[in-house]
Design a protein around this ligand. Structure first.
Ligand code: ATP
Ligand code: MG
Length: 296
């Protein structure tokens, strides 16, 4: 068993992809077998991990529309323990094509279930909409994390998102847990950031303690096709996502995967790599987790 966590917010540019990729790399460095499932046709998580976007409509598109298995399309990355299910702009077509399909909201769930045997944590990077792809991700997930940019309009749209999550819980996925709101791009120099933080915490008491600072290094890392931990491990952004990984694993409690020995150290500034379609090694034994029934 593994834990599937969707990072969702229909608002664009709030740090969903940055958080997915950076948190995934921090978890992987703790020995957690981690998969980033890129469910955004922009394919930003795919590129940020240095993996080529598939040129055909394969991968997640084929899994959703044609019910092809996902595992053959999973690619390893330059980071030990970290894999990615790459996507391409063709995925945008799935939004439309799924409309007429039976049980269309469960296509991603069906595709993801077999991957649970191969990974401890699967992070789904959602697109900036509440369309079919995000609904599929919420139906497939055990938990949702909501990245929120620490800015004046932070709370705008969160009510709509909370309502959508509630509808998904009621109709599609009763066990879905809102793990927490994650404050991103916090600027310690401004009173505004502090005020917004207080406001968000007042409305959402399950906001993570860890706050992600605004950091130029975080913005630069994707263009190097590597997570922040490999690009600049000593940066404030890298340290924040390391702290977030620890906070998440502690919050998962019994559901947290047993950590194996940390992965072999990675080089500080690796070149962008393209490892798409590298076959996965056979799955390692999965550590047992407690009965999730007790958690929900
Ligand atoms: P979209 O909704 O388009 O998918 P998103 O929610 O995934 O966007 P990101 O792509 O992660 O958001 O971030 C938006 C932009 O802000 C990117 O250019 C990214 O590099 C930058 N960014 C994200 N987090 C930070 C941060 N903590 N500090 C500085 N820049 C950041
Ligand atoms: Mg994104």
């Amino acid at each position: 068993m593994s834990v599937v966590i969707a990072l969702a917010n229909q608002k664009g540019g709030v740090g969903k992809t940055t958080s997915t990729v950076s948190l995934a790399a921090a978890l992987a460095s703790r020995g957690v077998r981690t998969l980033v499932l890129d469910s955004d046709p922009q394919a930003n998580a795919t590129s940020a991990l240095g993996v080529k976007r598939p040129t055909d409509g394969g991968g997640l598109y084929a899994a959703l529309v044609e019910e092809e298995p996902l595992l053959p399309s999973v690619a390893t990355t330059a980071v030990p323990n970290l894999s990615v299910m790459p996507t391409s702009p063709a995925l945008a077509g799935a939004e439309v094509e799924l409309v007429s399909v039976m049980a269309r909201e469960f296509r991603m769930k069906r595709a993801v279930e077999p991957l649970r045997d191969h990974f401890d944590i699967i992070l789904i990077d959602c697109p900036p909409s509440l369309g079919m792809l995000t609904v599929n991700a919420l139906a497939a997930a055990d938990e949702v994390v909501i990245p929120v940019q620490t800015e004046y309009f932070a709370l705008e749209g969160l009510g709509h998102l909370a309502h959508t999550i509630e509808l998904v819980k009621r109709n599609l996925n009763p066990r879905l847990v809102i793990r927490g709101v994650l404050l991103t791009m916090f600027d310690a120099r401004t009173n505004l950031s502090r005020e917004v933080e207080q406001e968000v915490r007042r409305h959402f008491p399950n906001t993570f303690e860890t706050v992600i600072p605004r950091s130029v290094r975080l913005a630069e890392a994707p263009s190097h096709g590597t997570p922040i931990q490999q690009y600049d491990a000593s940066s404030s952004g890298s340290r924040a996502y390391e702290a977030l990984a620890d906070e998440l694993l502690a919050a998962l409690g019994d559901r947290a995967p047993a950590r194996s020995a940390p992965a072999t150290a990675t080089t500080p500034t690796p070149q962008p790599t393209n490892v798409a379609s590298t076959p996965l090694p056979p799955p390692a034994p999965v550590a047992p987790v407690s009965d999730p029934e007790g958690q929900y």
